[in-house]
Design a binder for this molecule. Structure first.
Ligand SMILES: Cc1cc2nc3c(=O)[nH]c(=O)nc-3n(C[C@H](O)[C@H](O)[C@H](O)COP(=O)(O)OP(=O)(O)OC[C@H]3O[C@@H](n4cnc5c(N)ncnc54)[C@H](O)[C@@H]3O)c2cc1C
Length: 411
């Protein structure tokens, strides 16, 4: 097997149309001694966890909402986040957490622990109530109870999810706001924790001052009523702001970032909150204990200043402690830091920032490059051994692996 699957691509791609097709694909791979990696929208967002030179199992054809219940939804794993949000909105429901990536599938988004920005809510993985998956021997399992915490952020290492049940909440229209603030104000008054949704873009530099952060927040719109009839994805996000973040223009041409929304903007969560970005291999994401955020930002400032650099924007969102055994927020309220550096020239800054986050008990998010393996996971994740035990039962033959995953999780 090549050590660089990205260079060669999969030997074979299967795209089953239903659960029976998934079972067949896994059993056929087992007969041939092949390994299998599941992917949802991975062809478009090629993270390291979906690269293989063996069999890629593309579940993106397993779409559709099966049933919208009183406070849950049952959905096939290949349904996109965007399509699910629209279907729920039509029924007066919503996901409690709306992440940025509209085209991510529910299987992929929960497979990596995709988070949103609601401080009192968990990630999308935290909303999962049950998973139906095909294990490494081709057996269909309905996963609930303690095993569910392994499957919540399973990295595609436990099986191929074919359907999931997720918690839903009543649909409300959110009104979004933003203003320039000082970092001390954000931290001192816990501005990140007191709204239904918050995010903050911060200029980490030696001269941090009032106006060196942009706080955005959302609250239910006063007197909002009824379900929303027309729903699209991120319609209210200003194009300018979106391209500022994704192109990195803000890195070169100043601060503060342009306004993200027109004044008074309000709408359903999936229209107003997401800020979709193109895949960027230079992006780093760290999950640090919520209580350590102030220290981390100060130390990041000192570290980059010592090298005459700045780091901006650093996007901060927060979320509740997760029960998912390998979720980066497992067991603790968390601040997520998204750090953008640009290319090889800024690789030292990227590594430096990573070291600061790591020193603060940070855990790398699964979407971005990192050098963690089993030794680091064993120290950082109290549920590591429990995850391995579930993996041993669900995939004793290590059908679901590839060189990268083997380096991260070990044999
Ligand atoms: C534009 C964009 C914006 C983003 N914004 C955010 C954000 O705001 N917050 C955030 O947390 N992340 C964000 N991400 C990263 C995001 O979490 C991942 O890209 C997302 O998981 C991709 O979903 P996917 O369907 O492409 O899954 P893939 O990338 O294909 O898979 C993700 C993981 O899940 C596994 N997997 C996929 N399908 C299944 C299945 N059916 N059963 C079992 N395992 C499966 C894969 O093996 C892999 O380990 C963003 C990504 C993009 C491209």
């Amino acid at each position: 097997m090549s050590t660089d699957p990205a260079a060669t691509g999969p030997r074979r791609t299967d795209r089953p149309l239903d659960e029976a097709g998934v079972v067949t694909a896994v059993r056929r791979a087992a007969e041939r001694g092949a390994t299998v990696r599941p992917t949802g929208a991975g062809g478009r967002a090629p993270g390291p966890l979906v690269r293989t030179d063996d069999v890629l199992l593309d579940v993106s054809a397993l779409t559709g909402v099966v049933e919208i219940g009183e406070d849950t939804v049952r959905v096939r794993a290949g349904e996109t986040v965007a399509d699910l949000c629209v279907a729920l909105a039509a029924a007066g429901r919503a996901l409690a957490t709306v992440p940025d990536a509209p085209r991510a599938t529910i299987g992929g988004a929960t497979g990596l622990g995709m988070y949103g920005g609601a401080p009192a809510e968990g990630s999308l993985s935290g909303q999962v109530r049950a998973v139906r998956l095909v294990d490494g021997r081709g057996t269909v399992r309905d996963v609930t109870g303690p095993d569910l915490d392994a499957a919540r952020c399973g990295l595609g290492a436990l099986g191929i999810a074919t359907a999931l049940e997720l918690r839903t909440v009543p649909l409300t229209r959110l009104q979004v706001h933003e203003r320039a603030v000082g970092i001390d104000e954000v931290l001192g008054e816990d501005l990140l924790g007191e709204h239904a949704w918050t995010e903050c873009d911060i200029a980490v530099s030696p001269s941090a001052h009032a106006g060196s952060a942009v706080l955005r927040w959302a609250e239910p719109e006063p007197e909002a009523t009824g379900p929303v009839e027309r729903a699209g994805w991120g319609q209210a996000v200003s194009r300018l702001a979106s391209s500022w973040w994704s192109s990195g223009v803000g890195l070169r041409s100043g601060w503060p970032p342009p306004q993200r929304w027109a004044p008074g903007t309000a709408g359903p969560p999936h229209e107003v909150l997401p800020d979709p970005q193109p895949w960027d291999p230079d992006l780093s994401e760290w999950a640090v204990p919520r209580a350590a955020l102030g220290t981390v930002l100060r130390e990041l400032g000192a570290a980059v200043a010592a090298r005459g650099r700045e780091l901006r924007p650093v996007r901060v969102r927060t979320g509740r402690a997760e029960t998912g055994l390998l979720h980066p927020a497992s067991g603790r309220d968390t601040a997520y830091l998204r750090l953008r550096t640009r290319g090889p020239a800024e690789e030292p800054v990227r590594r430096l920032a990573g070291a600061v986050c790591e020193d603060a008990d940070g855990r790398p998010c699964w979407t971005t490059r990192h050098a963690w393996g089993p030794d680091e996971l064993a120290v950082a994740y109290p549920g590591w051994e429990a995850f391995r035990a579930v993996r041993d039962r669900f995939d004793p033959d290590r059908r679901f692996t590839d060189p990268h995953l083997a380096a991260v999780l070990g044999r």
